[in-house]
Design a protein around this ligand. Structure first.
Ligand SMILES: Cc1cc2nc3c(=O)[nH]c(=O)nc-3n(C[C@H](O)[C@H](O)[C@H](O)COP(=O)(O)OP(=O)(O)OC[C@H]3O[C@@H](n4cnc5c(N)ncnc54)[C@H](O)[C@@H]3O)c2cc1C
Length: 407
């Protein structure tokens, strides 16, 4: 079954392909074909080009620097970027452009939207996510970082610790969940605060992952401060705001991820050819399994997209996509390791810029690219809600099964 898009989105597709043809150098083989320094230089410059053209904000209202187009236009854009092997922004844009901007569009005050959205688009402000704490991951509502209003200055004073904060060492701002009413029930009395990172009360300590890179950080708040009006969605209403952000994180990818997974599985087939494994019946069967899962994700994505176009907010069903893609991804990268055999143990070439997928043309023969993605893939079953937690959500909220016994 093929699905056609309405004529206005096809006109937009023509605009995007013309832009790509004009901007990309002759003989372009995708960012995966560049060495590491060249790839980063390209990605930074490319982000500027996308922002200028308002391609980073296709579906935002025009008054905040968007194009005022639909989510379907956004999907068309993602399809063409994936086809051309160019990234949609820099890795940290996941937090600023995708999560926070969408959250501000729904919950922010006019002042917050007018101030922050253009700065997110220009890349002037970069953002990270301060949700998890040493004692609060899956059970986020047990967070203990607190924020109190200082009656003298009218500012929030923040004390506590966050952990697993991706990219904080490179960012200017953090959105923080903090307890603002300690007497309220667990899910109430939490606020969503916008906090500048460069101040004396904040200490960011990076720590290294098994691939040697310092991706994560601990962030310590000791009397850190932020302005009283930098609370999003109202004081003590942070749980609702946080949930809608997680919905964006889980739901928006349902429509655009399959496009990138499709590009990745095509690279996998190229990899099998390169290693002379494309006639191996077991490998062929496993590739076919991967291909079929990507197709299922594509139709699942269309369903989520249809919901969006009708104005639905991502709900518990976005857990289906999260669970499906993250577990699929551990399998497809595992297959890449088997195809490469011992070569996978001696990673050569460069790892992918967006460490979560090997979807750049030209990256197929980089064993470093596949090995890094293999190592990272498992984390997809943890961040944005673990597989076990997604299964609980699906069991309880979608299937209506009895609630898990709580301690
Ligand atoms: C790559 C990556 C990037 C991340 N980036 C960020 C970030 O930028 N900002 C941020 O705030 N956080 C970030 N996180 C943290 C992430 O949100 C947490 O790791 C996640 O919520 C799980 O929490 P935890 O690690 O404390 O594990 P825990 O909640 O302690 O869970 C441990 C194990 O117990 C299981 N478990 C827990 N509760 C249940 C239950 N009720 N039923 C069944 N099983 C259960 C879990 O599934 C898991 O297997 C990131 C994590 C990763 C891996």
């Amino acid at each position: 079954m093929d699905i056609s898009y309405p004529p206005e989105t096809e006109a937009f597709r023509a605009e995007v392909t013309a832009f790509l043809a004009e901007r990309l150098p002759a003989g372009w083989h995708g960012i995966g074909a560049l060495d590491e320094d060249a790839a980063w230089a390209f990605a930074r410059d490319w982000r500027t080009r996308l922002a200028e053209r308002r391609y980073l904000s296709v579906a935002w209202p025009e008054q905040y620097g968007g194009r005022g187009l639909s989510k379907l236009h956004q999907v068309v854009l993602m399809e063409e970027l994936a086809r051309a092997g160019v990234p949609f922004g820099l890795p940290q844009d996941t937090f600023g452009v995708k999560m926070l901007a969408n959250t501000l569009l729904r919950w922010g005050t006019e002042e917050q939207k007018n101030h922050f959205l253009p700065r997110i688009l220009s890349g002037e402000d970069t953002w990270c996510q301060g949700y998890s704490e040493p004692g609060a991951g899956s059970d986020l509502a047990s967070l203990t970082t607190r924020a109190d209003l200082d009656p003298d200055t009218g500012e929030w004073v923040i004390n506590g610790q966050k952990v697993w904060t991706s990219g904080a060492q490179h960012c200017d701002w953090i959105f923080v969940l903090a307890r603002t009413d300690r007497d309220a029930p667990r899910h109430r009395g939490i606020s969503f605060l916008l906090v500048p990172l460069h101040q004396p009360g904040v200490e960011v300590r990076p720590f290294r992952m098994m691939d040697g890179r310092p991706h994560f950080n601990e962030v310590f708040f000791t009397g850190a401060r932020t302005r009283a009006d930098l609370v999003v969605g109202g004081v003590d209403n942070g749980w609702a705001v946080a949930q809608s952000l997680l919905g964006v994180e889980r739901g928006e990818e349902a429509a655009t991820n399959p496009i990138l997974f499709k590009a990745e599985v095509e690279r996998l087939i190229e990899l099998a050819r390169l290693y002379g494994k494309d006639q191996d019946p077991v490998i062929r069967q496993r590739i076919a399994w991967c291909w079929s899962k990507v197709e299922i994700m594509r139709y699942l994505g269309y369903r989520v997209l249809t919901g969006w176009l009708k104005g639905a907010q991502p709900g518990p069903e976005s857990s289906v996509s999260k669970l499906f893609w993250s577990e699929y991804h551990t399998k497809v990268t595992d297959l890449a390791m088997d195809i490469m055999g011992m070569h996978a143990q001696i990673p050569a070439g460069r790892p992918p810029l967006r460490t979560y997928r090997t979807d750049d043309p030209g990256a197929a023969n980089s064993s470093a690219s596949w090995s890094t993605t293999y190592q990272i893939a498992f984390s997809g079953t943890i961040y944005a809600g673990t597989s076990q937690v997604q299964r609980n959500i699906l069991a309880e909220k979608v299937l209506g099964l009895p609630r898990e016994p709580r301690a």
